[in-house]
Write a protein that binds this ligand. Structure first.
Ligand SMILES: Cc1cc2nc3c(=O)[nH]c(=O)nc-3n(C[C@H](O)[C@H](O)[C@H](O)COP(=O)(O)OP(=O)(O)OC[C@H]3O[C@@H](n4cnc5c(N)ncnc54)[C@H](O)[C@@H]3O)c2cc1C
Length: 498
């Protein structure tokens, strides 16, 4: 244990997975905690919307962690609420459907011998180049090309990445590829496709999902926090954070004109880093403010259409690469849980459209968005006819994806070294650390920051920094999970969340 200053009150900013996990762990040990959330609901990006009997996540969320202890904690928290989902994903590319993860037979059948041969040749060229060069990739395009070769980059990475990030792969940091695909060489993918390895927990498995939607994870944490005497205050945006000295903060929260103040010894912030910098008093230096303002987040518009159809697809996710289709990913919530639809005669499709605040897509009206989505679903994918559509819902989410531009590391260093001066302030989470977290990473950060505040030697900043491929477990850990199954539906695999 390290020494700790006494905790008279912890203020947690944001009731998403990171903030609630911090509050959950702190209240478990009896610490006084108030969580402030600007929305009228908990969950943050893990929101599940309910609309006229239909339920859907902002984009289908699945639970995955390589950390056995965290998984055990999750199963206990969600006891009795989980269903098992069989995973089947596809990629729509150049008008054809490819299995995901990619299988060789399927690529050959879809792309043809000539394209497949070109892909193999460019991959081999990349391997040879890699053998003679130790050059670090300067951007995402170089990172993918070095790993997969030019042709596979063009086929399976470029369009989708550019749709998600809204800029050429040359303008995105190679770190993103590191976090998402390190270790997934074509060689590994091919070898695993040909020879099913027993020590790899497969990508194509099953996963568990909260029957009523992913937001239940946060709702369950909030319920337990409140049971233990912690407070979760909704519709309470934090407006300013005054630092009067070490472990001495005053927070202003609530609606303009009717705000209140709270004193705290510790502040755990999960709100976007750029917003936090603006709220701090004394005001941050101009250089810090400039760095914070230039951190960019990608926004998401979720367009959901409700259908008088029993089912449209059997996919868990469908990745849509073609640039002229407005959405980049689709999921059908009914394929995740029957409880996501009002009855068996209906289904829905959730279409994720990536954009930036103030761009043309963001500025389309809800009617225009629904019309465009239905046109693409009907005329391009042949998934439905217009008469099937009985209802729709459009949700806009700013700050959904931290954009790793080529300069983001420097900006983060400037901001973080300034924030170190605020003794008792901790930043964690996807927006809070400006790190491409999944929900399990944010929860783990929350749990670790709580331990740190309680005086243990912990560094929440180390979560989600490993450079191993994210979606599979090999060797000993895979065996360990297999040999002691908790229940037949226990999940260990993951799609990338992008
Ligand atoms: C489309 C999509 C699909 C995803 N799929 C998956 C998946 O399959 N699996 C997975 O594990 N993860 C997935 N993720 C990632 C997951 O949603 C995030 O990692 C997780 O929600 C991050 O939690 P957080 O608590 O760090 O941040 P957030 O969820 O962003 O929570 C931050 C909270 O702070 C609140 N806040 C902001 N400003 C203020 C303020 N001034 N005052 C008070 N409160 C404030 C926000 O309202 C929010 O509730 C996906 C994300 C998206 C967008």
């Amino acid at each position: 244990m390290t020494s700790r200053s006494s905790i008279s009150h912890v203020a947690v900013l944001g009731a998403g997975p990171a903030g609630l996990a911090a509050a959950h762990s702190l209240t478990e040990c009896g610490a006084p905690v108030t969580t402030f959330e600007k929305n009228e609901y908990v969950g943050g990006l893990c929101r599940t919307m309910e609309h006229n009997g239909f339920r859907f996540d902002l984009g289908g969320h699945r639970w995955f962690t390589k950390d056995r202890e965290l998984h055990e904690w999750f199963l206990e928290l969600m006891d009795g609420e989980l269903v098992t989902v069989r995973r089947k994903s596809r990629i729509y590319y150049a008008g054809r459907y490819f299995d995901y993860p990619v299988s060789i037979r399927n690529v050959l059948a879809n792309a043809g011998l000539k394209t497949s041969a070109l892909a193999a040749a460019s991959y081999l060229a990349a391997v040879v180049r890699g053998a003679f060069s130790r050059k670090e990739p300067a951007n995402l395009q170089e990172a993918f090309t070095l790993q997969f070769g030019r042709k596979l980059f063009e086929m399976f990475f470029r369009q989708y990445s550019e749709k998600v990030w809204g800029r050429p792969c040359r303008e995105i940091s190679a770190d993103w590829a590191d976090q998402r695909s390190k270790g997934l060489s074509v060689f590994t993918a091919i070898r695993d496709a040909i020879r099913k390895r027993r020590d790899v927990v497969s990508l194509i498995d099953e996963f568990v999902y909260p029957r009523l939607g992913y937001q239940r994870i946060c709702e369950r944490m909030a319920e337990e926090v409140e049971c233990r005497g912690g407070q979760v205050v909704l519709s309470a945006p934090i407006r300013s954070i005054a630092y009067r000295g070490p472990h001495d903060f005053v927070l202003e929260h609530g609606p303009p004109g009717d705000s209140e103040h709270l004193e705290a010894t510790h502040v755990v912030s999960t709100i976007p880093l750029s917003h936090l910098v603006r709220m701090l008093e004394p005001a941050c230096d101009a250089a810090v403010r400039k760095a914070a303002e230039s951190l960019c987040f990608r926004a998401l518009i979720t367009v959901t259409v409700m259908l008088a159809r029993e089912r449209v697809t059997s996919d868990t996710w469908l990745y849509v690469h073609d640039e002229d289709l407005i959405f980049a990913r689709i999921h059908e919530p009914k394929n995740w849980s029957d409880a996501m639809v009002p009855d068996s005669r209906h289904t829905s499709l959730v279409c994720e459209c990536f954009c930036s605040p103030s761009d043309a897509t963001w500025n389309m009206s809800d009617e225009e968005l629904v019309d465009r989505v239905v046109t693409d679903l009907a005329d391009r994918l042949g998934f439905l006819s217009r008469d099937d559509v009985i209802d729709s819902c459009v949700l806009r989410t700013p700050n959904a994806y931290p954009v790793y531009d080529l300069d983001y590391r420097r900006k983060l260093t400037v901001i973080r070294s300034h924030l170190e001066r605020f003794e008792g302030l901790f930043t964690i989470g996807r927006g809070g650390l400006f790190r491409y977290n999944n929900a399990d990473h944010s929860i783990e950060m929350g749990r670790r920051v709580a331990r740190r505040i309680l005086g243990f030697e912990e560094d929440p900043g180390l979560v989600n920094t490993e450079r191993a491929y994210h979606e599979e477990m090999r060797g000993a850990s895979a065996h360990a999970w297999r040999s002691e199954p908790r229940d037949p539906g226990e999940s260990r695999s993951c799609d990338s969340a992008w």
